[in-house]
Write a protein of this length. Structure first.
Length: 111
């Protein structure tokens, strides 16, 4: 991402949280997101707004969301068979607390 794209991304973010945008802020965001494509960052920004509405967006949130997406893609496309019917990939339950608890309960009983 270049500085123009970082500025555009910050404008999108400020439409919701009214943040102030300055040259040093643009530079800082551009440095953190230098290896992120603008379109990917916009998608992550939207995901963040949908899933963490009260959390002030920082560039690290975008990186974190994109890493989680990539991990899920690698797990799904990896050199392994599909999960058995009725089962899900572990990456799909990362943000699903109820699924994590349901997965953990049988293991607790065995301990």
């Amino acid at each position: 991402m270049n500085s123009k794209e970082a500025h555009q991304l910050l404008i999108r973010a400020s439409a919701i949280d009214s943040r102030r945008i300055s040259d040093p802020v643009v530079i800082a965001w551009q440095e953190v997101l230098a290896d992120v494509a603008y379109e990917d960052a916009v998608r992550a920004l939207i995901e963040h707004r949908r899933t963490a509405p009260a959390v002030y967006l920082e560039p690290g949130h975008i990186v974190q969301i994109l890493r989680r997406e990539r991990a899920r893609e690698v797990e799904i496309r990896g050199p392994h068979p599909a999960p058995p019917p009725g089962k899900r990939w572990a990456a799909d339950i990362i943000d699903d607390v109820d699924a994590i608890d349901a997965y953990s309960e049988p293991r607790k009983a065995l301990s």
